[in-house]
Design a protein around this ligand. Structure first.
Ligand SMILES: Cc1cc2nc3c(=O)[nH]c(=O)nc-3n(C[C@H](O)[C@H](O)[C@H](O)COP(=O)(O)OP(=O)(O)OC[C@H]3O[C@@H](n4cnc5c(N)ncnc54)[C@H](O)[C@@H]3O)c2cc1C
Length: 419
């Protein structure tokens, strides 16, 4: 038997376990998925949990058993992955050693508050992170008690997964305090190392304008040096500081240590990945997708989904003795909640920044690009069921309305002005 090993049963690993187990002849191939978690978390729900919004209140609203979404004909191993021996083509785990012919790396990334002085000690006191399930539930309790003062959100450094999640959080905070009737007693400040609200100029401008209309202060170019939870202040390397009562923190994001320790990473835990083929740059028979790549696009579930199509095609070609030819273009697609039952949608790739227009069809949409609409919000709300029922099972890849390559259909190219 030949062996396909998939490391990680999150978004990317689960899609590929489903699609590849349907495409490979399982009389000749043994497919094994290894993950240390027993629950698969719907991470986009973490931005709603702190505010108890739209039916997101508890863990049960975002967690499903990992096994529910994996096919019955693959082996599922619950174990901590400790070393990837790419020369020996085997993986060492807490429960044994697994040899492979082909390996897929889909281990995601995680927050590392210990990377910022004073941040870890502040966590749970007056600083919280909604980038973990536990953090968003702790923040829910803290916000319930908040009646006045300042809520500051800080992004420690880039890259982070879902780079729009912080701005969504801050827009939802504005909505939440408005609903409670105490918005005038709460200051909201968005403190970021970026020059504006987002990484890409047009989207940054659009989101910045919405923030201003909501009376949210944006403090750009803030390189955090440390947190002092007793003085309730975050300090920057250049001497600037921002006071807070509650700090919603997005700590530095790092890739899995095992990637660096196995000689496959860039020093921050991200695997050295060919940005077009998604094959590992230095190791044979390894493909990479999702948050643990070092490709220059967003770390998002949509990206893992688009990448899964490319990895599936290239790995099947290689198994057939052909060259990998499928090329990833960096396609990313994300709804951005803006509060009051509205959201924006952005769609972009390595070369094209988010543009205005309609999606996926010209004129009729139904979704609006780079513009708030109620339909976008309902798109975001409906996406959870699509994720659990279609995306993870690998029934969305190949959908002509959501292709892995970015389409210019419906996009207003004339808005592309030189910066
Ligand atoms: C607050 C927030 C909001 C978000 N909102 C959106 C959104 O609106 N739209 C969007 O597209 N994306 C969003 N995302 C991002 C999205 O959730 C991720 O990009 C996506 O889940 C990445 O998939 P992945 O397979 O790369 O990693 P993951 O889904 O994180 O899976 C990685 C898996 O690897 C396992 N693992 C890691 N290390 C080891 C080890 N050593 N041993 C064993 N197992 C291990 C983990 O347990 C995990 O199950 C959001 C993320 C956050 C945090």
């Amino acid at each position: 038997m030949k062996k396909l090993l998939i490391l990680g049963a999150g978004t990317g690993g689960t899609i590929l376990a489903n699609t590849l187990s349907r495409k490979l002849d399982l009389k000749q191939w043994d497919v094994t998925v290894i993950d240390k978690a027993v629950e698969h978390l719907y991470q986009p729900g973490f931005i709603f949990l702190p505010f108890r919004l739209y039916g997101y209140e508890n863990k049960s609203d975002v967690a499903h058993p990992v096994k529910h979404h994996l096919p019955g004909n693959v082996n599922v191993v619950n174990a901590d992955i400790r070393l990837i021996d790419h020369a020996g083509k085997k993986v060492e785990t807490s429960v044994g050693v697994y040899p492979y012919d082909w390996l897929i790396l889909a281990l995601g990334c995680h927050v590392a508050p210990e990377e910022v002085e004073g941040l870890e000690e502040s966590m749970g006191k007056n600083a919280f992170t909604f980038y973990t399930l536990e953090g968003s539930l702790a923040l829910q309790k803290a916000l319930e008690k908040m009646e006045k003062g300042k809520l500051a959100l800080n992004i420690a450094e880039m890259p982070i997964k879902c780079p729009v999640a912080p701005i969504e959080f801050i827009f939802l905070a504005d909505y939440y305090f408005n609903k409670k009737g105490i918005r005038d007693k709460i200051e909201i400040e968005f403190v970021t190392p970026l020059a504006g609200a987002f990484t890409k100029p047009q989207a940054s401008r659009a989101l910045g304008e919405i923030a201003r209309s909501k009376n949210i202060k944006i403090t750009p170019n803030f390189d955090i040096q440390g947190v002092d939870h007793e003085k309730k202040v975050i300090n920057a390397f250049n001497g600037d500081s921002v006071e807070y009562d509650i700090l919603a923190s997005v700590p530095p994001n790092l890739g899995p240590e095992v990637i660096d320790e196995s000689g496959l990473g860039d020093g921050a835990g991200y695997a050295l990945t060919d940005e077009k083929t998604l094959k590992h740059k230095n190791a044979d028979n390894i493909y990479v997708l999702g948050d643990n790549t070092n490709v220059p696009t967003s770390k998002a579930g949509s990206v893992a989904h688009f990448e899964a199509e490319i990895v599936e095609e290239n790995i099947l070609r290689e198994i057939d003795g052909k060259e990998p030819i499928a090329e990833f273009d960096g396609h990313s697609n994300c709804f951005i909640e803006s509060g009051f039952h509205k959201a924006l949608l952005i769609d972009f790739n390595y070369d094209t920044e988010p543009l205005p227009g309609t999606f996926p069809l010209p004129k009729v949409g139904p979704f609006s690009l780079l513009k708030e609409s109620r339909l976008n919000h309902w798109g975001k709300m409906g996406f959870k069921q699509i994720y659990w029922n279609l995306l993870l099972s690998g029934h969305l890849p190949g959908d002509p309305l959501l292709p892995s390559h970015m389409s210019f259909t419906g996009k207003d190219i004339s808005s592309l002005v030189p910066e």
